[in-house]
Design a protein around this ligand. Structure first.
Ligand code: CDP
Ligand code: MG
Length: 140
């Protein structure tokens, strides 16, 4: 096991329902440390770049519209096996299929409005962190 960093977004459905603190408590309760965090409105261009891998999928337009519909909170999380650990506590993409106690099971509204994003691999984590944070904003 190694200490890793992963990229997280608290999505618009979470910030709109004032769930930043509740979700952060689940993150910290799992032993992950929030080493960078900022609340922002992302632009359409930023959302399209971020989700470019899904640009051919039928849900892409709705996903981009959703991500720019309200503020998000972008974060860098650090901890042992942080990438896999965060995916585990997030739960499955579809909250109906997410395990009990996971962030998405507890808080997500639907498969689209599912409260959180977490990187899926070391290369995507590095790329996603670099899209939203400069080095001096990350304090580990
Ligand atoms: O976020 P995660 O990595 O679990 O799922 P993904 O397959 O990478 O999809 C990215 C995001 O697209 C999801 O978190 C949903 O917000 C959205 N999505 C959707 O709206 N409808 C789907 N059928 C699949 C994903
Ligand atoms: Mg994904």
């Amino acid at each position: 096991m190694a200490v890793e960093r992963t990229f997280s977004i608290l999505k618009p459905d979470a910030t709109e329902r004032n769930l930043t603190g509740a979700i952060n408590a689940l993150i910290e309760g799992a032993g992950l440390r929030i080493i960078a965090q900022k609340r922002m409105r992302i632009t359409r261009a930023q959302a399209e770049t971020f989700y470019a891998v899904h640009s051919a999928r039928p849900f892409f337009g709705e996903l981009v519209d959703f991500m720019i519909s309200a503020p998000v909170v972008v974060q860098v999380l650090e901890g042992e096996s942080a990438i896999a650990k965060y995916r585990e506590i997030m739960g499955a993409t579809d909250p109906a299929k997410a395990a009990a106690g996971t962030i998405r099971k507890v808080h997500a509204k639907s498969i689209g409005e599912n409260s959180v994003h977490g990187s899926d691999a070391p290369d995507t984590a590095a790329r996603e962190i670099a899209q939203f944070f400069s080095g001096n904003e990350i304090v580990g």
